[in-house]
Design a protein around this ligand. Structure first.
Ligand SMILES: Cc1ncc(COP(=O)(O)O)c(C=O)c1O
Length: 383
């Protein structure tokens, strides 16, 4: 009889490989090596570190397990993961992506892919009819991000998968905001899931990493070939740090999510705040759809201030959060999306997207909520 399937908290802690097979040590060691002895001139499972490394293999197996995929891949950054996954496209192909997406992805999709002969259309994917209308004879894939960043538009993953299947398209989803703890896209039929593991999976703002998991062996083979050829792989020390971060994802994310809901509620009642965008709020427009495909609201929220001058005042006065373009750490991170995470997007495009200069994003950490609130409230006070 097969043992019962393990639940997610257990998988996060033990992952695919939870000890060193050679010694029983409680962690897979940092295999700091660039090559491997070919005994008698014959290569073994590991032959050169760009092709494979046991520390990297450990996190690659972990993300495959957590996402329910057949194979995982670890890259030097989230962008390296996105670029490597998009190597599935070829010159002459057309890609449909969201019109509200992470600034670095926007830059890669609109400036780098066209140089390789790949056309990209940015479409509001919260409306499946618009996505369908954008499909052309050469459309090859849908690149998805839900919730979108930073406006939290929700895309119906089941509709996108069904559309993709009707038209023979690949689906790739940036699952950074949700992590496999809250959203498991491969189970809904998505082909490729991608993470900036720099964020919640790493969890401590001390690491740059990207992960990909795929549902199909043919796709896995293509990404493996690109990973080995291009070489933007995750190093052994960073693989170790990432594996360590993943072990505590559940307790970190649950604590952050709890704080995020409290902060979203208090911010929405604050007189300086025009609106708060957070899937956990009862009046969040895409709430039902979001919770039909994810089990939590996550720990990131955006809020818009009524007065533009209050934005700079808050960035100056906030002491507890790191003011920076990132998210997903144990510490709260406050981002002015216009000038930081989405700086790569031209001003006019940001305006069209509805991303205003008054918008701030908070990735809520695990600090005491009262300390966080005290700090934000003093930052939001009138001069
Ligand atoms: C949603 C999302 N995807 C991808 C990335 C890129 O990841 P990295 O900075 O690890 O390259 C980021 C970075 O902020 C992100 O927020």
């Amino acid at each position: 009889m097969n043992p019962p399937a393990k639940r997610i908290a257990t998988l996060l802690v033990h992952q695919g490989q939870d000890r060193d097979p050679a010694t029983g040590a409680s962690t897979v060691p940092i295999y700091q090596a660039s090559t491997y002895h070919h005994s008698g001139g014959v290569g073994q499972e590991f032959d050169y570190a760009r092709s494979g490394n046991p520390s990297r293999r450990q996190v690659e197996d972990a993300i495959a397990l957590l996402e329910g995929g057949v194979r995982g891949f670890a890259f030097a950054s989230g962008m390296a993961a996105i670029g490597s996954a998009l190597s599935l496209l070829e010159a002459g192909d057309h890609l449909i992506a969201p019109d509200d997406l992470y600034g670095g992805s926007y830059r890669y999709l609109t400036m780098m892919l066209p140089r390789n002969g790949i056309e990209v259309s940015l479409i509001d994917q919260s409306d499946p009819d618009r996505v369908e209308a954008a499909i052309r004879p050469n459309t090859r894939a849908l690149f998805l991000e839900t919730p979108s960043n930073p406006l939290f538009k929700i895309t119906d993953l089941r509709s996108m998968v069904s559309l993709a299947r009707q038209h023979g398209l690949l689906t790739l989803l940036d699952n950074t905001f949700m992590t496999p703890l809250l959203q498991r896209p491969l189970e809904l039929g998505v082909d490729v899931t991608i993470h900036s593991a720099t964020k919640f999976l790493g969890g401590h703002s001390d690491l740059l990493a990207g992960l990909v998991a795929v549902s199909d062996r043919d796709i896995a083979g293509k990404i493996k070939r690109f990973q080995n050829s291009f070489g933007a792989v995750l190093g052994p020390f960073d693989s170790f740090l990432l594996s360590r971060g993943i072990k505590t994802l559940k307790v970190r994310l649950e604590a952050s999510e709890h704080n995020a809901l409290e902060l979203a509620t208090r911010l929405s009642e604050h007189p300086a705040v025009a609106r708060v965008i957070y899937p956990g709020l009862t009046d969040f427009p895409g709430r039902n759809l979001h919770f039909s495909q994810a089990t939590g609201a996550g720990a990131v929220l955006s809020f818009e201030l009524k007065d533009t001058s209050a934005v700079q005042a808050l960035l100056d006065r906030a002491k507890l959060p790191i003011v920076a373009p990132s998210l997903g750490g144990v510490e709260t991170i406050l981002t002015h999306c216009w000038s930081m995470s989405h700086a790569a997007i031209p001003a006019v495009v940001k305006e069209q997207m509805g991303l205003s200069q008054n918008l701030l994003r908070i990735s809520v950490g695990i600090e005491d909520i009262e300390d966080l609130w005290d700090d934000l409230a003093q930052g939001l006070r009138e001069a």
